[in-house]
Design a protein around this ligand. Structure first.
Ligand SMILES: [Ca+2]
Ligand SMILES: [Ca+2]
Ligand SMILES: [Ca+2]
Length: 449
């Protein structure tokens, strides 16, 4: 479970490098070329044989495939192909600064370059794969960064008879390949800021669902929805579902310093008319419904496939506190028929890497103080003022494993450990029974990244 994705850091980044606060270190780490595996050496050798040695590998910067060697089955023939991104350093060969895309196929157990094309930009943003089962077609979507241009450009290719053939392209800020209309075929869902696409003449950002039709024209714009104009960039995009089990794309957008809003896209066929919905965003009033957010992004808090959208509420007594000192509860909501339904409320401690799901009756009656010297959070019943902090119901403390080996502080019990830190609890023997939690309950309620 990747709970650290609550930062400005995608789930994918978290899986890749363990996450960092701004996300950028992760990207840098991903860029420093990892050592090649034996298979990659063979592929690299075959590439050099085909295009020469004066090359530099390029790594996709976003998405699930971050290697310069992406290995995937991209055609009807059942073995895998390799897609390699590189830059030609010998400028006498070409003046085109764009990245090159080479496809290698394994023939008689040897890698051999079959296709070499020039991409649309100097860098690869992202590569993703899709399939139309209806028409038995694989497709490859490569997103390119374009110099001096806000929107990137993705291009869709078929790999047929040993050649990479472009089918479709358009500008985007983020895209995902997924089966959004749940017909068994993958679509491309893209957000772009522009007005360039055929059929859309009004200014402002839109989400578009692009679908393979199997007919002439191939990939076409199937449906679109308006997106929040106040979003600068989408920091976290996740595929998931919304209640009741409809495929959806969740997009957490940055709208200002520490201000985030979530939009959710889903598809419905309304009396024969394909319709893409962005229900949280009201394009008429230009508002997303809830923006009471800081750096937390949406996530599937209870592992049921439906992604929850967080909203923040100050703990009792902190209503007027400065933002930097404010302790808050995070409520995780599901979008249910265009309404928010609470799933659970948590105390999120990002610095210590835990999420603690609090009982419902705590929200209005239990508040907390952070004791940074002791590395603990003290939860107590709120009685008119934060000064009045005697009625403690729980303390959660973190300690280094190495320190804990010398013995736990008196009265504390070990709830969980992530290998580096141990998470301890102190349950006051005389705490009010209606607010008290036992060690078993704490174990289920305390989630680590
Ligand atoms: Ca194949
Ligand atoms: Ca589909
Ligand atoms: Ca969920």
């Amino acid at each position: 479970m990747k709970y650290l994705s609550i930062f400005v850091c995608t789930v994918v980044l978290a899986a890749f490098t363990g996450c960092s606060y701004n996300g950028f270190t992760s990207i840098d780490a991903a860029l420093s070329p990892p050592r090649l595996t034996e298979e990659q050496h063979l592929i690299y050798g075959a590439l050099e044989q085909s295009v020469g040695k004066d090359i530099k590998l390029k790594y996709p910067k976003a998405g699930e495939n971050r290697s310069a060697f992406v290995i995937e089955n991209i055609d009807e023939e059942p073995t895998e192909e390799a897609i390699v991104f590189y830059e030609s350093l010998d400028k006498s060969v070409t003046n085109n600064p764009n990245v090159k895309v080479n496809i290698l196929d394994k023939q008689n157990d040897r890698w051999k370059s079959t296709s070499d094309i020039v991409g649309e930009g100097a860098e690869v943003d992202k590569v993703a794969f899709g399939r139309s089962n209806k028409f038995d077609k694989f497709f490859i979507v490569i997103g390119y960064n374009i110099v001096n241009q806000a929107d990137k450009v993705f291009k869709v290719y078929f790999y047929e008879n040993g050649k990479l053939k472009a089918q479709y392209s358009q500008g985007y800020s983020v895209f995902e390949v997924m089966d959004l209309d749940m017909d068994g075929d993958d679509e491309i869902v893209a957000i772009n800021s522009g007005v360039i696409n055929s059929g859309i003449y009004k200014a402002g950002p839109t989400a578009q669902m692009i679908k393979y039709t199997g007919q002439e024209g191939g990939f076409v714009l199937n449906s679109y929805a308006k997106m929040d104009v106040s979003v600068y960039s989408y920091v976290n995009v996740q595929k998931g579902s919304i209640y009741p089990r409809k495929a959806a794309l969740y997009l957490d957008g940055l709208k200002g310093t520490n201000v985030y809003g979530t939009e959710v896209l889903y598809y419905e066929n309304v009396k024969g008319k394909p319709t893409l919905y962005n229900p949280i965003y009201d394009s008429k009033s230009n508002k997303t419904e809830q923006v009471k957010r800081t750096g937390q992004t949406s996530m599937d808090i209870n592992d049921d496939g439906i992604i929850e959208i967080p909203s923040l509420n100050p703990m009792p007594g902190y209503e007027e506190a400065l933002a930097s000192q404010k302790l808050q509860y995070t409520t995780w909501n599901d979008l249910v028929y265009n309404d928010f339904k609470k799933v659970v409320t948590s105390y999120v401690n990002s610095s210590d890497g835990y999420i603690f799901n609090v009982p419902d009756q705590w929200e209005k009656s239990v508040t907390a103080k952070k004791d940074t010297l002791k590395n603990e959070v003290v939860f107590f019943r709120y009685k008119q003022s934060l000064e009045n902090d005697q009625d403690v119901v729980l303390k959660i403390k973190t300690m280094k494993v190495s320190e804990a080996q010398n013995g736990l502080p008196e009265g504390y019990i070990n709830i969980k450990s992530n290998g580096q830190l141990v998470y301890l609890a102190y349950i006051p023997p005389l705490a009010d029974n209606s607010f008290k939690l036992d060690s078993k309950q704490l174990e289920t309620r305390l989630m680590l990244n």
